[in-house]
Design a protein around this ligand. Structure first.
Ligand SMILES: [Zn+2]
Length: 227
């Protein structure tokens, strides 16, 4: 009886695995998408994630299929926050997106180099600077935290704090204020990518990539695009 039960369980697992998605991005699939279609795909993926209908990926099959090369369709520059995993929230599998993560999704030369590589060299069509609500790095900037290397990191976010604080219609402290700073910071970093990288601005001007900003809502699982 025990053996029969085991056999049934193994057969059921094999059958489930065969239903899981094992397809991956290829040179052809990457080339066939326009930048706007990539944004649409990520929005659709986020809708599936937020509604509890995420794709069941056959990850071992995707690992095997991508072992000889990768053709990701987007670069997401987001925060390191443990609740904001890019692949999960956009419902993407192995080899689908480049994920650049640093607290507060701030720009640096290394981040610029990573985004340039993902687009100019590896062919991704969309760049999304993704902030999130409840961000500790943004909170640190709002509260003028000074500690080790955190001081320099939050300094990069402070211009966004000042901008939101200068709006007479805005709150000047609290979670709503900090979430507005997060959104402002994402827009500011997206502008920095265009301003500080001639490679990225050229690709964007030629329509070969789009650079967008967004904010991920940690309470709903939804990504809101800001531009
Ligand atoms: Zn964060």
């Amino acid at each position: 009886m025990k053996h029969i039960t085991h056999f049934i369980l193994v057969a059921a697992a094999a059958s489930l695995a065969s239903c899981a998605t094992s397809s991956v991005q290829t040179t052809e699939s990457q080339a066939s998408l326009t930048p706007q279609q990539v944004i649409d795909k990520l929005q659709d993926g986020n809708m599936r994630f937020a509604s509890g209908h995420s794709t069941r990926f056959n990850l071992p099959a995707q690992v095997k299929a991508t072992s000889s090369g990768q053709h990701p369709i987007a670069v997401v520059l987001g925060c390191m926050d443990s609740r904001a995993s890019h692949e999960l929230i956009f419902d993407q599998g192995i080899g689908d997106i480049f994920s650049v993560r640093v607290a507060g999704n701030v720009a640096s030369d290394d981040v610029l180099g990573s985004v340039e590589y993902g687009t100019a060299k590896a062919g991704a069509k969309a760049v999304i600077v993704l902030a999130h609500t409840g961000c500790g790095a943004v909170g640190g900037a709002c509260h003028d935290v000074k500690l080790g290397h955190i001081t320099g990191l939050v300094a990069k976010i402070k211009p966004s704090v000042s901008k939101v604080a200068s709006d007479p219609k805005s709150e000047h402290s609290g979670p709503a204020f900090e979430n507005k700073v997060s959104a402002e910071n994402a827009k500011r970093v997206a502008a920095q990518l265009r301003a500080q990288s001639s490679i990225l601005s050229k690709l964007a001007n030629e329509g070969k990539i789009v650079i967008k900003s967004g904010i991920y809502h940690i309470d709903t699982g939804r990504v809101e695009f800001l531009d």
